[in-house]
Design a protein around this ligand. Structure first.
Ligand code: NAD
Ligand code: UDP
Length: 353
């Protein structure tokens, strides 16, 4: 028996558990008495995140398997050895621009990887999976806010891979293979754990707004490029539904417990229902950090939608879950992470960005 298998705690396989959302979810799992079994190939994460998860939760250790989810035998071995009862699946690539340049990498990691993981679940009889999908599956809004029955028409390869995995999960559930699935469509996760010990640590120049703003605040970058200020939005800049990563992590526990309790599967939006513009975010971050964020108004970014946000009512109805943390909380905690770890996790080379 491995040292992680003592006691009654349910073990949950967490592919991608060393990454941004995965590490926050591992903290919430441990806080609630589950044992996360992390599988990661560390292509976009650091082993240091594991030490920090232990530091936050007081766990002595967490099982970590360094493997690629496309290695089906390794997934079977992990599920069997640790006697996992369910899977919370975060592993994959997530940069929209990169997915357009290298679509096959995205189909391989995200679709082939999920197929391999599901095959391992089928072969080992593990019957519950929570999957990280994205609001990007909706594509150009036909109506707003997005409800779960909005048409699905992703506009880039990354979104297509999420859509493909949703289809695969729905077909597998319908086949009677004994698997139920919770498909979670995230809106825009930002922020960090309030301890400032774990957070988003992007490789290279951040693509996303919040890590870019935080790096400007800490002096790593001279200014923020605001991509378009002529949209049909209240201040002309893009509007999104930002969600605190801790709220998001908590939603995974609720979704997991729903799957463990009932045979049903579900697909649900995870957002706040509020839209904030780029300038709203900048202002809130300046207040939280006490730092000025110099702005450069630039061209619209190709492929960006002007505005979208979630209808979060089904999450409340189905899971009894809604966001509780505000944009101010998100900025405060992002700043705690960024100011405490200006270059990201310790072993990342200084200046690697
Ligand atoms: P992340 O890059 O921080 O985490 C993903 C983790 O998966 C990383 O630790 C990476 O090393 C690992 N990984 C990647 N490919 C792998 C493979 N083939 N085998 C094993 N491990 C692999 O990203 P995140 O922001 O934490 O996102 C987690 C999930 O949520 C992803 O599936 C992402 O597409 C989805 N998602 C993220 C956002 C967002 O804005 N962050 C929004 C919607 C959906
Ligand atoms: N954005 C920006 N400058 C940046 C990064 C993003 O103005 O350096 C804007 C972007 O145009 C969008 C919003 O911030 O309106 C959120 O972008 P992000 O990439 O964080 O999320 P996504 O576009 O995937 O929703």
């Amino acid at each position: 028996m491995s040292k992680f298998m003592q006691g009654n705690s349910k073990r949950i396989l967490v592919p991608g558990g060393a990454g941004y959302i995965g590490s926050h979810t591992c903290v919430e799992l441990l806080n609630r008495g589950y044992t996360p079994v992390i599988v990661d190939n560390f292509v976009n994460s650091s082993m240091a995140a594991i030490d920090r998860i232990c530091q936050i939760t007081g766990a002595n250790d967490v099982p970590v398997i360094e493997a690629d989810i496309r290695d089906t035998e390794a997934m079977i071995g992990a599920l069997r050895e640790h006697e996992c009862e369910a899977v919370i699946h975060f592993a994959g690539l997530k940069a929209v621009g990169e997915s357009t340049a290298n679509p096959l990498d995205y189909y391989s990691n995200n679709v082939q990887g999920s197929l391999s993981l599901l095959d391992a679940m089928r072969q080992t009889g593990v019957g519950h999976i929570v999957f990280s999908s994205s609001a990007t599956v909706y594509g150009t809004p036909v109506s707003l806010p997005y409800t779960e029955d909005h048409p699905l028409a992703p506009t880039n390869p990354y979104g297509m891979t999420k859509y493909a995995v949703e289809l695969m999960l729905n077909d597998l559930v319908a086949s009677g293979a004994g698997i139920n699935a919770g498909i979670l469509r995230y809106f825009n996760p930002i922020g960090a754990h309030p301890t400032g010990l774990i957070g988003e640590d992007p490789n290279g120049v951040p693509n996303n707004l919040m890590p870019f703003v935080a790096q400007v605040a800490v002096g790593r970058r001279p200014h923020l490029n605001v991509f378009g200020n002529d949209y049909d939005t209240p201040d002309g800049t893009g509007v999104r539904d930002y969600i605190h990563v801790v709220d998001l992590a908590e939603a995974h526990i609720v979704a997991l417990e729903k799957l463990l309790e009932s045979p049903d599967s579900f697909t649900v939006n995870l957002g706040s229902g509020n839209g904030y513009s780029v300038l709203d975010v900048v202002k809130a971050f300046e207040q939280a950090s006490g730092r000025e964020i110099p702005l450069n108004f630039a061209e619209r970014r190709a492929g960006d939608l002007p505005a979208y946000w979630a209808d979060p009512s089904y999450a409340m109805e189905l899971l009894g879950w809604k966001t509780r943390l505000t944009l101010e909380d998100m900025c405060r905690d992002q700043w705690a992470w960024q100011s405490g770890n200006p270059e990201g996790y310790p072993q990342r080379e200084v200046g690697a960005a």
